[in-house]
Write a protein that binds this ligand. Structure first.
Ligand SMILES: Nc1ncnc2c1ncn2[C@@H]1O[C@H](COP(=O)(O)OP(=O)(O)OP(=O)(O)O)[C@@H](O)[C@H]1O
Length: 304
């Protein structure tokens, strides 16, 4: 295993029943120090994968290495270094944030100072007597993260932590995740079915669809990939002639407009120049919005 992967799976497959396979040869590679967005629509296999990583489900096929060691060889010690928030957060509604953390203090064998430290980290140190059941969803998520942080983990695995949060809650969570990563060096895996919610906080992305990985790489690589697939819509005074002139861009005609692929802004300018040189008036020259969401739809519709 390469040393810079804090987590690596090899050909991880899983099925809940004989006839239906849920995961197909998942090869996750999570670099130490990264924030890894694990993205896929509902039912694509994110929670199943994360449960396997945490030893909550039995390994059927493939292998999982964490911190350079096979999970099956030293599960208990390995998982001591992993903080998790998977499915609904587990804390006591009738207790305050501090009281909740104190309950877990003994379990993890950490001292009182650590409770104060994590309360400050997640910005819940001023919640006083307020009971957890009266917290907003964002505060509840932060309390759950505080619990996960108590034993000082090197890796934090968060399953859909943005679910149900309002835009402010998402911004707060994003700030917290970046802080934990940048200031404390914690590697973070965060799953989501909404690309736009994690795009601004991650360094790496893995896209899973119907149990198969469609893409894995840095955010930059993904954007490069998007660029390659970027489309430009055009409408001109003479579309058939324009299509001939621009044949090298593989234009496709649909109704009034035609579209073609491009991969740099310079190419847009060049296309415009070519048309002008041939006395063709350009009525519309519109790069199609190309965010992760569209790439994702693109990738998934091609496979469904
Ligand atoms: N306990 C289970 N028994 C049988 N099938 C299951 C079980 N849990 C999940 N599945 C199925 O496995 C597939 C993957 O589910 P999984 O929960 O891993 O996806 P997900 O990407 O986390 O989606 P979601 O965001 O909806 O939780 C789905 O088809 C789901 O119906």
């Amino acid at each position: 295993m390469r040393n810079n992967y804090i987590l690596q799976t090899t050909d991880l497959s899983y099925n809940y029943s004989k006839n239906v396979q849920t995961l197909f040869d998942i090869n996750l590679q999570v670099e130490k120090g990264s924030i890894y967005g694990f993205i896929g629509p509902n039912g694509s296999g994110k929670t199943t994968t994360l449960s396997l990583l945490l030893g909550l489900r039995n390994l059927q096929k493939g292998s999982i290495a964490l911190f350079g060691k096979e999970l099956k060889d030293d599960r208990i010690n390995i998982l001591k270094k992993v903080g998790t928030l998977i499915e609904s957060p587990s804390f006591y509604g009738h207790l305050t944030a501090r009281e909740n953390l104190n309950v877990y203090r003994d379990v993890y064998g950490v001292d009182k100072n650590r409770v104060e430290e994590v309360l400050t980290l997640v910005d819940l140190s001023d919640t006083g007597r307020k009971k957890a059941r009266h917290f907003s969803l964002g505060m509840k998520q932060r309390l759950a993260i505080a619990l996960a942080l108590l034993p000082n983990p090197e890796l934090l695995i968060l399953d859909e932590p943005t679910n149900g949060l309002d835009p402010n809650g998402i911004i707060e969570l994003r700030g917290l995740i970046k802080k934990l990563n940048q200031e404390l060096g914690i590697t973070i895996i965060i799953s989501s079915h909404i690309l736009a919610e994690v795009e601004k906080m991650v360094t790496h992305i893995g896209i899973i669809f119907k149990g198969k990985m469609l893409f894995q790489g840095t955010l930059q690589e993904l954007h490069g990939f998007q660029q390659k697939k970027a489309k430009l819509n055009l409408h001109t005074s003479d579309n058939p002639e324009a299509i001939k002139i621009l044949h090298e861009y593989s234009p496709e005609l649909s109704d009034e407009i035609f579209s073609l692929s491009y991969n740099s802004l310079q190419q847009i300018a060049e296309i415009n120049r070519k048309l002008m040189k041939n006395n063709i008036d350009v009525y519309l020259l519109q790069p199609k919005g190309n965010n992760l969401e569209e790439l994702f739809i693109d990738m998934t519709t091609n496979l469904s």
